[in-house]
Design a binder for this molecule. Structure first.
Ligand SMILES: [Ca+2]
Length: 365
C-alpha cells in the first residue's frame, strides 16, 4: 500500500473520528492484522413462520440461502453465530445460537411449510423466545456482537391459543422494548400473502421501529424475501439511512512499535526504545506487512526490519465523513491513558451511531 504522507487538510477529514476510535491497548505481539467485517461479530437468529401460506416465501429464502450466508460471513468478518426457530401456533427451536453455520443452513433448507390452523401465529412467542432466551433457546446473545432477530411472517401474532388477543399485540410491543434494552435489533419481513387482513403490517412496523431494526414488505408471492434478509444483514440490522456509504468505509491500523536502533532513531528524530504509534489507512484486501508500513512511514523504507519492534496492532473500521481519494496516514502520537481512551471510544461510537468497529488483533493472517 502507498503510505505517502499527505497534508493536514486531507487528514482532517477523518482524523477527528479516527483518533478516538481505538480501544485500550493490549500488550500482545501480532505479526499481521486480522480483519473484521463492517458489522463486526454478529449473532443472527431467524424466526420463520412455516405455515402453509408461507411456502413460496420459504422457497424464495432457500433459493437465496447461499447469498444470505455469504453476506453474513462477509458482514461479520467470519465471526458469525446463527440461530433458528420456526413457528405456527407454537414455537419450535431448531438451533440455539451456534457457530455451526452449515448446520443452520441445512436446517433452513429443510423447512417445510404446512398447516397453521386459524390465521394468527405465535410470532409474539417466537420473538419472546429469541429475545429472552426461553424455551431451550438458551445460548445467550453476545454482548460484543451485532445482534439481529429476523422475523418472517404473513400473519398477526396469536400467542399460543391461535387467536389474536390484545395481550398478543401488547406482547409484540413489550418484547420489542426488551429487545431495545438488550441492543437486539428486530427486523420484520412481512410477506402479505393474504394482504394486511388483521393489522399485522402496523404491528410488525411497530416491532421494527421500537427495537431499532428494519421493516420490509415483500411481494405477496414471497419474491424478495431472501433478498430482504440479505439486505438486513448487510446493513448490520439497521435502517439503511444510518449505515455508512461503502465508499466511506475505511479500515485503519494503529501500529504500536519501538525503534531498537539508536542510529535509526537519530535519523528520524525519535527516541530509541520508547513506545510510539502510527495510524495508517489499510487495504483489507491485502495482507499487511506491518514493519514495512512503519519503515515507509518513517521515510526509511530501506532500513533493516530488525531496527523496528512491533508491540501491538489494533484496527478500527470507521465511517469517514468523505470518501478517501488518497490513502492518508496520520502522525506519530503519544499513547493515550486508558481513561482517555475509554471516553474517546464512547464519543466515537456516539458520533458514528454505533457503526464503528474497533478491536485488537486476535489472529495472524
Ligand atoms: Ca394459526
Amino acid at each position: 500500500m502507498d503510505n505517502e504522507r499527505l497534508t493536514l487538510a486531507v487528514i482532517c477529514t477523518v482524523i477527528a473520528v479516527l483518533l478516538v476510535s481505538f480501544p485500550s491497548t493490549s500488550k500482545h505481539v501480532y505479526a499481521q492484522s486480522s480483519r473484521g467485517g463492517i458489522c463486526g461479530p454478529m449473532d443472527v437468529t431467524f424466526a420463520v413462520d412455516d405455515t402453509a401460506s408461507m411456502g413460496p416465501a420459504i422457497n424464495n429464502v432457500k433459493s437465496e440461502l447461499p447469498n444470505i450466508i455469504s453476506t453474513a460471513n462477509s458482514a461479520s468478518g467470519g465471526d458469525l453465530r446463527l440461530g433458528l426457530m420456526t413457528f405456527k401456533d407454537k414455537v419450535n427451536v431448531i438451533h440455539k445460537l451456534t457457530i455451526s453455520v452449515p448446520l443452520v443452513q441445512a436446517s433452513i433448507g429443510a423447512i417445510s411449510a404446512s398447516s397453521g390452523g386459524n390465521l394468527p401465529e405465535a410470532s409474539d412467542i417466537a420473538k419472546d423466545t429469541a429475545i429472552n432466551n426461553l424455551n431451550g433457546f438458551d445460548e445467550p446473545w453476545r454482548g460484543s456482537a451485532v445482534k439481529i432477530l429476523i422475523l418472517i411472517t404473513d400473519a398477526p401474532p396469536g400467542g399460543l391459543n391461535d387467536a389474536k388477543d390484545p395481550a398478543d399485540v401488547a406482547r409484540m410491543h413489550n418484547v420489542a422494548v426488551n429487545a431495545l434494552s438488550k441492543n437486539i435489533l428486530v427486523s420484520d419481513v412481512f410477506v402479505p400473502t393474504g394482504g394486511d387482513y388483521d393489522g399485522q403490517r402496523a404491528i410488525l412496523q411497530d416491532d421494527a421501529s421500537t427495537s431499532g431494526g428494519v421493516f420490509t414488505e415483500t411481494a405477496a408471492n414471497g419474491v424478495g424475501t431472501g433478498a430482504a434478509i440479505s439486505e438486513i444483514i448487510k446493513n448490520c440490522g439497521k435502517p439503511t439511512e444510518t449505515v455508512c456509504n461503502p465508499d466511506n468505509v475505511q479500515h485503519w491500523d494503529k501500529i504500536v512499535f519501538k525503534i531498537n536502533s539508536t542510529e535509526l532513531a537519530k535519523r528520524v528524530n525519535l527516541t530509541a526504545g520508547t513506545e510510539l504509534d502510527i495510524k495508517v489507512l489499510d487495504n483489507p484486501k491485502e495482507v499487511a506487512d506491518i514493519k514495512k508500513k512503519v519503515l515507509d512511514f518513517l521515510g526509511v523504507p530501506s532500513a533493516k526490519r530488525e531496527t523496528i519492534q512491533i508491540i501491538d496492532v489494533e484496527y478500527a473500521i470507521i465511517c469517514a465523513k468523505l470518501p478517501a481519494t488518497h490513502p492518508p496516514t496520520t502522525g506519530i502520537s503519544a499513547l493515550m491513558s486508558a481513561e482517555q481512551k475509554k471516553s474517546s471510544i464512547a464519543e466515537a461510537l456516539r458520533l458514528q451511531g454505533g457503526n464503528v468497529t474497533v478491536g485488537s488483533n486476535t489472529t495472524a493472517k
